[in-house]
Design a protein around this ligand. Structure first.
Ligand code: NAD
Length: 489
């Protein structure tokens, strides 16, 4: 098969079913920075979804039986394909999602690293031998793939998130049907087509595209699908969990967050401000682990708010492919922009202090896109933005009396994805991080969310684990093989 050499091959990808290109009604994909159509994604018919799942089921036995190092070699070949096409993939990602080109390149690299990581991890699937009460009885727990997996992703990190599902699933011996978000299908479809070109056996990795209500539901409810791995909103995750219950399917859910950042009076201030800016506004605030609310101790509140505001006001907004590159691109969806505007209007109505931003970024080319100015709000914990995920470049700062109040407020919501804590006090860092009800606690840093480290939403933020070795174990199930050797000859 010929390799795509032009951007058009990435902006007009095919579906991949049973290793072959497949087509469907073309759906427009638009650049959120300009509203121009930049490509088309084929919408999978009901028959195409069936064919994709059936091909995954057919390939399941031989893929699971392939030696782990051979599966790993296929994953490494996918990583190689991604790296070979990294430039066009990053440009396509910026065009469909809006993020600055260097961040898109970082996401493409993260996807390649996920395939490399799980290529190496495939050979480390282990079981255990369990002592029995008899010298002739053997009990062994082996781990086998769960089976056909529906991988359903969202649009803020379309390629990274999908790689974090596909790579561990394939490493574990599962076959996959992947459905990217309808807003950002291009890079994911291109990579899955690329995986077939890179020699992945037919049926092992298939793609379907279309809306959640149609294609997503028929994929997730298909009786041959044994595992649903989902990243997206909590409401959708809850719906999928109900749907999985009907057929007792296994699920891993990575859902919405509402991450608190706690800044104590002894915080390393320069770092706290820099990290606060980074995690509030990166990807225009469309991060599941964005800082959604800051609790700052009264003694340093003025200093922190002043510095954060100053830095936020200097951030540039523009097209992700512009030169020089802007700090923020547009919001990816019209609904996203409307939610940001509603949350800021609510803050104004409640008398909160909008220190910077608080309006769309307009003028010239910006008028064509869904741009919003980085916004810092000082207000009470009752603001909508302080309790609901804004998913935009907006951060409310709430002044608290002490660490105790900060932790109580941080734990008061149903969200439990990530919490950030800034202090120089080792004792406070350890004791408070143990009390925070979140799957990740970052002390004096905003890293993580990378393939070697486990990522798990607590409470309403998810079920199960993604990334790391634990992320691969989500695609394995235990079988106890108990063998009596002492039968009469
Ligand atoms: P969403 O839940 O509306 O959609 C996500 C995916 O699910 C899309 O592919 C969509 O087509 C599909 N879908 C929608 N309804 C479906 C249904 N009934 N059946 C099957 N599939 C369906 O996405 P969203 O809410 O716009 O995504 C943003 C959310 O994702 C935010 O809350 C964010 O925090 C969360 N998120 C979480 C993580 C994490 O790792 N925890 C990472 C990124 C984003």
């Amino acid at each position: 098969m010929t390799e795509p050499t032009t951007l058009a091959a990435f902006t007009q990808p095919t579906l991949t079913i049973a290793g072959q290109p497949a087509h469907g009604e073309p759906d427009q994909v638009s650049d959120p920075a300009t509203q121009s159509v930049i490509g088309y994604a084929p919408v999978a018919s009901a028959a195409a979804v069936d064919a994709a799942v059936e091909s995954a089921a057919e390939a399941s036995g031989s893929w699971a039986a392939l030696p782990a190092d051979a599966r790993g070699a296929h994953l490494a070949a996918i990583a190689g394909w991604i790296r070979q096409h990294a430039g066009d993939l990053a440009t396509t990602l910026t065009l469909e999602q809006g993020k600055p080109r260097s961040e898109a390149a970082g996401e493409v690299d993260a996807a390649a690293r996920a395939f490399d990581y799980y290529a190496a991890e495939a050979v480390r699937i282990r079981g255990e031998t369990i002592p029995t009460a008899s010298p002739t009885l053997r009990s062994v727990a082996i781990r086998q793939p769960v089976g056909v997996t529906a991988a359903i992703g969202t649009w803020n990190y379309p390629l990274g998130i999908m790689a974090w599902k596909i790579a561990p699933a394939l490493a574990a011996g599962c076959t996959v049907v992947a459905k990217p978000a309808e807003q950002t299908p291009l890079t994911v479809l291109a990579v899955i087509a690329g995986a077939a070109r890179a020699g992945l056996p037919p049926g092992v990795l298939n793609s379907v595209s279309g809306t959640g209500a149609t294609v997503g539901t028929s994929l997730a409810s298909h009786p041959l699908v044994r595992k649903i791995s989902f990243t997206g909103g909590t409401a959708t995750g809850r719906r999928l969990l109900h749907l999985a219950a009907d057929d007792i399917k296994s699920v891993t859910l990575e859902l919405g967050g509402h991450s608190p950042m706690i800044v104590l009076a002894d915080a390393p201030m320069v770092l706290a401000v820099a990290d606060g800016v980074k995690r509030s506004f990166r990807n225009a605030g469309q991060l599941c682990n964005s800082v959604n609310r800051v609790f700052v101790e009264r003694a340093v509140a003025d200093e922190f708010i002043g510095r954060l505001t100053e830095r936020a006001a200097k951030l540039s907004v523009g097209h992700g492919l512009a030169d020089p590159e802007p700090d923020l691109g547009p919001l990816t969806t019209r609904e996203g922009l409307a939610r940001v505007e509603a949350h800021v209007a609510d803050a104004r109505a409640r008398g909160a202090d909008i220190r910077t931003g608080g309006e769309r970024a307009t003028g010239g080319d910006l008028d064509r896109g869904w741009f919003y100015r980085p916004t810092v709000v000082v207000g009470g914990a009752d603001l909508r933005m302080a309790t609901e995920e804004t998913f935009g470049p907006v951060v409310p700062v709430i002044v608290v009396d002490d660490a105790e109040e900060a932790v109580t407020r941080a734990n008061s919501l149903d969200a439990g994805l990530v919490a950030y804590l800034y202090t120089r006090d080792l004792r406070a860092a350890i004791l408070l991080s143990e009390r925070l009800e979140f799957g990740t606690v970052n002390v004096n840093n905003v890293g993580g969310g990378d393939v070697p480290f486990p990522y798990a939403g607590w409470k309403h933020s998810g079920l199960g684990v993604e990334l790391s070795r634990a992320g691969m174990e989500e695609f394995l199930r235990v079988k106890h093989v108990r063998t009596e050797l002492g039968y009469p000859r």
